[in-house]
Write a protein that binds this ligand. Sequence first.
Ligand SMILES: O=C(O)CCC(=O)C(=O)O
Length: 281
Amino acid sequence: MGKFLTDAQVEGFERDGFVSGLKILDTAEVARLNALTEAFEAERPADIAWAFDIKANLLFDWVYDLGRHPRLLDAVEDLLGPDILMTNATFRIKNPGSHVDYGWHQDSARIEVTPAFVIVYVALSKATPENGCLKVIPGTHDRVRPFSLTEGSGQKKRLVARVVDVDPDQAVNLILEPGEVAIFHGNAVHGSAANTADYRRVAILYDYTPAAARQNVGMGSGQVVRGTDPHGHWGHEPVPEPGLTDANVLARRRILSTYHENVLMGPRLPGETVTFPDRPY
Ligand SMILES: O=C(O)CCC(=O)C(=O)O
């Protein structure tokens, strides 16, 4: 028995590359997080696309705080050990009728991290096959598979890897209630379909890496959220101040410029100018 996960859940993660249905947040916590999300969407509709994207944990103090939730970190620690960096948080929201889908991919395809990182899907709404829940293909976390590069519907202007040869019949739907969490391995082949339901799918996805890990290309960065980082393999990111302040936006810009090679943005291609979503100042 770990701090949060049972031995069977840890074994399941090692065998299948994911563990799902972990109850982390109570009803009041889910309601507060949805209220914060919806308030931002109502007040700043023009800023949603860039602010709810890569490293939102550097922009919103409450996204950072959620990523440090003690029960969530206990579950992550059971899989990664005691020294942990949070290297990313992105909102993944599909409104009713949204055509956004995520083709089959491995987050570590373009930049490998060893030992591997994990991704935590925090469900702020229920996740069902109808509203485009996450789907994972069990046992695919053993290696990076051949992929092609494309522009994804949910990640405009970013080249994303799509696995070339997938058997979708093997996929498992990660059906979740609000407040539940799924954790999957950075190599696990996963994807999700459009939302054909009449209710939203709201999630925040977090990446966590063991401090001892290294990228095979460039150097990533993160916030030390548990233990310490004595290794020096990662740049260290600041904690955001309350509110979407200029200081937070500029801090994220500085981090993404300094550590531009990360698993979401991938390696810099020859001649490529580093670009990332941002507010024009
Ligand atoms: O939110 C989803 O359904 C999948 C998102 C995803 O795989 C990604 O952002 O890489």
